[in-house]
Ligand binder design. Structure first.
Ligand SMILES: CC(C)(COP(=O)(O)OP(=O)(O)OC[C@H]1O[C@@H](n2cnc3c(N)ncnc32)[C@H](O)[C@@H]1OP(=O)(O)O)[C@@H](O)C(=O)NCCC(=O)NCCS
Length: 148
């Protein structure tokens, strides 16, 4: 397709059908490759978070969670379905998350990036803060982007 698939971004409610769909995507993209088993339970601790998804028609093809952390907003669980990658779905979700953070009066966006995703975040103006560390058994770096 010349312009790529038509993808629409949306903020969704915790516990909604879309949220349940996002759990399946998170499992497929973020957990299954690490050999983790599917946990059908929803996460009560995510109730207070902001949930953002990318839809292609009825298909949920991207998701992200935003958690308030004082003056910062923390981006977590960023996932784009394999066959939709390199279509700017991730970049659009990050841009919308940043707009939300600014609207909320936050000073910066922070995240723990898997090293395999460093180039993605670097391309979007994020910078590495500190040394490599391990999370869920794989190397990560803390990354940030300040708005002021
Ligand atoms: C990381 C991820 C979210 C990127 O989503 P995406 O929709 O494919 O990314 P985009 O198309 O918006 O990419 C924007 C830019 O980031 C960079 N980029 C994205 N993926 C890249 C890759 N695999 N290698 C190098 N650069 C990459 C490129 O500069 C790209 O622009 P370009 O396609 O014009 O060259 C997706 O690959 C993914 O879900 N990966 C597995 C899960 C994961 O690692 N999540 C992040 C955990 S911290």
């Amino acid at each position: 397709m010349e312009n790529g698939p038509h993808i629409e971004l949306a903020f969704i409610e915790w516990g909604s059908m879309k949220y349940i769909q996002s759990l399946a995507l998170r499992h497929d993209v973020l957990r299954k490759p690490l050999g983790m088993i599917f946990d059908p339970a929803i996460f009560p601790e995510e109730k207070g978070d902001i949930h953002l998804v990318a839809n292609h028609g009825d298909w949920l093809v991207g998701c992200m969670i935003l958690t308030e952390a004082g003056n910062d907003l923390k981006m977590r669980q960023v996932a784009v379905a394999n066959k939709y990658r390199r279509n700017k779905v991730g970049a659009r979700m990050v841009a919308l998350a940043e707009a939300k953070a600014i609207e909320m009066g936050k000073q910066k966006m922070v995240l723990h990036a898997r090293d395999s995703a460093l180039d993605f975040y670097l391309s979007l103006g994020y910078y590495i803060v500190g040394d490599q560390f391990e999370e869920v058994g794989i190397p990560h770096h803390r990354m940030e982007k300040a708005f002021v």
